[in-house]
Design a protein around this ligand. Sequence first.
Ligand SMILES: Cc1cc2nc3c(=O)[nH]c(=O)nc-3n(C[C@H](O)[C@H](O)[C@H](O)COP(=O)(O)OP(=O)(O)OC[C@H]3O[C@@H](n4cnc5c(N)ncnc54)[C@H](O)[C@@H]3O)c2cc1C
Length: 543
Amino acid sequence: MKSIPKQAQVVIIGGGVIGCSVAYHLTKLGWTDVVLLERKELTCGTTWHAAGLVGQLRATKNMTKLAQYTSELYATLEDETGQATGFKQNGSISVAPDAGRFEELKRGASMAKCFGLEVEVISPREAREMYPLLNIDDLEGAVFLPKDGQTNPIDVTQALAKGAKMGGAKIFENVRVCGIETKSAGTSGARRVSGVEIEHTGGSETKIISAEIVVNCAGLWGHQVGKMAGVNVPLHAAEHFYIVTEDIGLPSNLPVLRDPSSWIYAKEDAGKMLVGCFEPKSKPRPLDSIPEDFSFGQFAEDWDHFEPAMLNAMHRIPKLEDAGIHTFFNGPESFTPDDRYILGEAPELSNFYVAAGLNSIGIQSAGGAGKVLSEWIVNGHPPLDLWDVDIRRFHSFQGNSQYLKERIEETLGLLYAMHWPFRQSETSRGVRKSVLHDRLEKAGACFGEMSGWERANWFAPEGKAARYEYSYARQNWFEASASEHRAAREKVALFDMSSFAKFMVQGRDAEKVLNRICANEVAVVPGKAVYTSWLNERGGIES
Ligand SMILES: Cc1cc2nc3c(=O)[nH]c(=O)nc-3n(C[C@H](O)[C@H](O)[C@H](O)COP(=O)(O)OP(=O)(O)OC[C@H]3O[C@@H](n4cnc5c(N)ncnc54)[C@H](O)[C@@H]3O)c2cc1C
């Protein structure tokens, strides 16, 4: 084994697609003293078995930008590194069997246009012209994204690792991080990371690597690695399934197919078809049930669990009815309480960064996530608004394993569920309740979740159920909200502010400090309130 250094500017924990992408991008920014540690072999956790779909449209502009960048990177990585990636852009078709889903797809298509993606809304017949195996009997319409693609996750990770090494990074396999070293970061009791403790079977004597910066890219082990550092990384593994058929002679230019209402996706794989699913109720997998030496591993088949998705797939792609099954795959992926990944510097520990909890989009996110996290590390702040995925959005209760297990049962399926506006989580509710909760309930409150609080979002009138009826059209609570609004403007309204954070700022310089971070003048007479943004040192809005 080559000798492990005793010191590095950056230590990255985990050699999956995310860790390798962070290493690659740090070296691109000129940081060459980078060491990546992998407990077994590169890609051996989740990355090796990913289906390899690389879509580009995400829920927000910035997230789409990152996915777009990933595609651009994968398209050029082979030329740059000499390592093949298997990346191809055959496009993707998403189909809708009912008006609600078609509405959602069309809304997605409008967003895609605004975000600069090529997109076409197509008829069922046009979809079948592009995808001859498709049963279109019950389809309303479809959307085609010509630049979506697929890749080989192992090869793309190896290409990133090779690129990182070409840029000066050092990669060590069979080295497990077993502890995080910290030191005081000043007088306020704050702490910063100072290195990692390692275990390995090689000949090197190094037991501790001192480091200015440590990046936790440990995938489903990210929660555990976070714990070593006293950092909350709320993610939980779930079992994730696909099958691969025998060779059925599929052409290599077949687009990826998604039928979210049937929970399924399908891609061509060397003449075979890979069919995966995002079922509405997933199977969470506690970390302590995954063996310590898990490497290129998988879990037992569960046909009972997969069968409903398979039946849906056979309805949509009838050719599957007589295709032999070559592989049944069941492997782990980590999911987060809100289906968004976890990125950024941990609030509990300076210079300890996290990139984990990829919610089954780690391959398509790796390029963008690795790039922006590297810029964040090098410049000390994120290069764009990354609040969607910022680790600081989480609360400590979200690291609770029971909370996570229950919530993850729901979040896997949300990838393909209808993305209704105002949708409320159904699991792990009731964590925090206001002292007025029972009275609000009696008054007809329909509760939503905000930072774990049950917040009264609106009040149902006498005789009506306090329940959301999700829709893209006018909301069922429109009138209820209007009457509250009128009461607040014309009569009296009482607001329960329990779910809002409150800070007590006191002392001689309280006003000065607040006026520095607030965009508005806050020096007002006692009893007055000021509505204002909070700014960061660059004048950007933080809150
Ligand atoms: C069935 C399935 C299909 C999927 N399909 C797709 C898809 O089509 N498109 C897509 O974008 N995504 C897909 N994904 C998701 C994707 O595979 C993951 O999001 C991605 O691989 C996560 O990468 P990672 O680097 O975070 O984790 P990992 O690949 O698990 O890497 C983490 C690494 O950290 C190492 N490690 C852990 N602890 C330590 C330690 N203490 N010290 C040193 N090393 C440590 C592990 O050994 C591991 O190699 C799929 C996932 C599954 C399960």
